[in-house]
Design a protein around this ligand. Structure first.
Ligand code: UDP
Ligand code: MG
Length: 144
């Protein structure tokens, strides 16, 4: 089934000038971009976005990192987009990510791991609504 997922090219990706390279990988893997914006998350927004992790020891550092600079928020469409995108980015820790995945190829460490991807269809719907209004998501109107 064609699905949507939410991706974030994190502040390390923008700072290290890797946005173009990572977008290339996403497009080559067959994802269609239906929403895209440059954002600077506030600490309050980062806290809310990652609220599920609020009890974890890395939460405060993660919030600081995610609000430390600009990010690119993306809504991506593809067959089974949620699982397919998680596969493309690889495990959270780049050392454990499979060869050829985005995190394995570009990420420096477990926190600064280049990219976020939603972990379920339900989370994807919430995360998409966190960044985008329905009117900002562009349906594919190209002729067949
Ligand atoms: N993270 C971290 N240390 C950890 C685990 C996670 O700094 O031990 C950060 C990392 O940036 C990760 C984010 O918190 O992408 C969310 O963690 P999650 O377990 O949801 O990983 P993901 O779904 O991004 O692979
Ligand atoms: Mg997660």
């Amino acid at each position: 089934m064609r699905e949507r997922t939410l991706a974030i090219l994190k502040p390390d990706c923008v700072r290290r000038k890797l946005v173009g390279k990572v977008l290339d990988r996403i497009l080559e893997a067959g994802f269609e971009i239906v929403g895209m914006k440059l954002v600077q998350m506030t600490e309050a927004q980062a806290k809310q976005f990652y609220a599920v992790h609020r009890e974890r020891p890395f939460y405060a550092d993660l919030v600081r990192f995610m609000s430390s600079g600009r990010s690119v928020a993306l809504v991506l469409e593809k067959e089974n987009a949620v699982a397919a995108f998680r596969e493309l980015i690889g495990a959270t820790d780049p050392k454990e990510a499979a060869p050829g995945t985005i995190r394995r190829e570009f990420a420096e460490n477990k926190q600064e791991n280049i990219v976020h991807g939603s972990d379920s269809e339900e989370t994807a719907a919430k995360e998409i609504a966190f960044f985008f209004s329905e009117a900002e998501l562009i349906a594919n109107q190209l002729p067949e």
